[in-house]
Write a protein that binds this ligand. Structure first.
Ligand code: ADP
Ligand code: MG
Length: 242
């Protein structure tokens, strides 16, 4: 049984049909990269997976539970699905460790001492132990993004969704964030990433999914997908990003 199972997912915004029947299964421990042109529906798919958007049709099953209707409360959902965005969205008036402790404290009612211990442990994992008491404005973009990853990990999610988490960073800061994701992948974290980092997609993913006009146009193992694209749309996309 797959950890994440998406069947015939449809989503429209008014007249605009953005997802036109997505089928996707992700096993526990798998790393899946989603690539495709701007506007192809990648972010909408991730946002449906953590119910920031409600889908119109189809099913999403996560760890044997359906993600629609009242099946899973927002609290339960945030314990299952972590998400990291292009913009880090840290609370500026809270320190690093307070940012990371917040969800466990508020959503899980974790006791303060325990929340602090969890926060310190996930901050160590992303290499941010030195900065627990700093404020976000005192950090580089790469450091802020690593804190945002730690904040998602603090809820011990079953799957981590990452939407272009390096796109807002100066080029010299991209590597430190990708290394954190690579380490999580190696430790067996289930990752679904929308990324423009083709080298990362090729080297770290178990599977790459190419979205085009609201559909999964091609998917497969990274080596085959990048070297032997079967459709002109994927060939063109690869040519445009190299
Ligand atoms: P991608 O992440 O692949 O660039 P998105 O999923 O963000 O694509 O967007 C797909 C399409 O849906 C785009 O045409 C975008 O303008 C539209 N869209 C996304 N979110 C909304 C929204 N909340 N309201 C209206 N249109 C939206
Ligand atoms: Mg997007």
């Amino acid at each position: 049984m797959a950890l994440v199972s998406v069947k015939d997912l449809h989503k429209s915004f008014g007249e605009l049909e953005v997802l036109k029947g997505i089928d996707l299964e992700v096993e526990a421990g798998e790393v899946v990269s989603i690539i495709g042109r701007s506007g192809s529906g990648k972010s909408t798919l991730l946002r449906c997976l953590n119910q920031l958007e409600r889908h119109d049709w189809g099913t999403i099953v996560l760890a044997d539970q359906r993600l629609d209707g009242a099946a899973m409360s927002p609290g339960e959902l945030s314990q299952n699905v972590g998400m990291v965005f292009q913009s880090f969205n840290l609370f500026p008036h809270k320190t690093v460790v307070e940012n990371v402790m917040l969800a466990p404290l508020v959503v899980k009612q974790t006791p303060r001492g325990e929340a602090r211990r969890i926060a310190e442990s996930v901050l160590a994992k992303v290499g941010m132990s030195e900065k627990v008491d700093a404020y976000p404005a005192q950090l580089s973009g790469g450091q802020q993004q690593r804190v945002a990853i730690a904040r998602a990990l603090a809820m011990n999610p079953k799957v981590l969704l990452c939407d272009e988490v390096t796109s807002a960073l100066d080029p010299e800061l991209v590597g430190e964030v990708l290394r954190v994701l690579e380490e999580l992948a190696r430790e067996g974290m289930t990752l679904i990433l929308v990324t423009h980092e083709m080298k990362f997609a090729r080297d770290v993913s178990d599977r790459v999914v190419f979205m085009h006009q609201g559909r999964i146009h091609e998917s497969g193992d990274p080596q085959t997908l990048f070297t032997q694209p079967r459709t002109p749309e994927l060939s063109q996309f690869i040519a445009s990003v190299l």
